[in-house]
Design a protein around this ligand. Sequence first.
Ligand SMILES: [Fe+2]
Length: 488
Amino acid sequence: MNTHTPPRFDPTRVAHLQGSFAPVTEEVEAADLEVTGVLPDALDGLYLRNGPNPRFTPIGSFLYPIDGDGMLHGIWLSEGRARYRNRFVRTPALLAEERAGRALWGGLESMITPDADQVGPELAGTFRDLPDVNVVRHGGRLLALAESDCPFRMGTGLETLGKEDFGGALPAGITAHPKIDPVTGEMVVFCYGLEPPHLTWSVIDRDGAVTRGPTPVDGVDEPMMIHDMALTARYAVLVLAPVFFDLGAAMAGGSFLAWRPERGTRVALIPRDGGPLRWASDEAFWMWHTVNAYDEGPGADAPVVLDYVQWSRLTVGGGSEDTADPVTGGLVRARIDPVAGSMARTMLDDTRVEFPRIDDRRIGSRHRHVALATDTGRTDLLPGEYDAVRWYDTETGTSQVWSAGNLSVGEPVFAPEPGRDTDGSGSGAGGTGSDEHGYWLTFATDRTDGSSWFLVIPAEDPTSGPVARARIPVRVPLGLHGCWLPTV
Ligand SMILES: [Fe+2]
């Protein structure tokens, strides 16, 4: 076994392996879930969510939210009834560990990898796949997504079909946060890497064919971590916060991620038509997730509006809060001037929030409503744990909150009511509309007894809380990102 000075590690002391985050090992399914309230007949489809869920007790290290095997949790809705199924994303490493009956790979920071005697020559010395971040459906593929690596293709029953490199066209993989243009059907992706080129972008058309292979982003000469992206009609938008990979520090037992605020944060506006890059820069901030972006006008020099969740610096793992320099954040709007190369940032709402989502049919055009996970100020929540859902209205500048009480909630995902328009007027960059018609979906787990629920919250009156709660007969650990896949 290859052991690069592994740090002392006690998984029972890792917050994100306890409580509502504790992984589950059973794969189950349950039909006709018990429902409190009424599941809307209009919702016909599948709600899916991915998240880190180590199959075996981790060894070496565990870094939330990156480490862990992927597990998909699905709720199938039809005719007012719900059924549930969960399945691991079965990577080659997970299959090898199931044969061994224990963890063979350490967490990323431990750099522990198994040797050929344990896993055979093909897997020996490799890093494990981590398709545990997100799940999307595009171009006929259902994909469990990893952080800048090849995703895994999943079947309709959540069985693992294999690693997806898009016919060999994207061998290095893609981001966990691709963006699908609701107008063209294209999926735009990026990929960062330790080796040059350190950052590329690509395009996959609505039928799943790669129409632009990995295209280097000029001006990125070092390996940097970039978690999410945004899309406008004109640009792919990448935020390059000063988080650099430091393999030397990792080999010495330290963190492989270095925060270098003196380098500032840059935004790359990448013309989707292949034109020259445009850059803007500002003082350093960190961003896990974009909300949305759009072009402010039709001209090539028109500013770009980017809404995102900002943090004052990088936080991973959640165990190193510096009380002298607490991390602050909130929902921010940046107006990016591609001509001046500058950006003006405005804090819209300084409440602690994460997991922002909009009606995905508004991606790339002006949006009005933003849903986010937030907290009510309780002090007994773990980093990354939220007990409320917040809706921000970009038109009025106001927020509404539904407090979930003893429930810890996850990312809210919008399920539009079939046949109704989006939350905008449908007129692209010019419209904001009035209401949105549909439901916000999420999983929730009760901190007092570990019971888990699937929640359906009406978009037109969200603070009234769920119109339906489906009881899931097993615990669903808090996770990361998901999607609503209407039956087509
Ligand atoms: Fe994410």
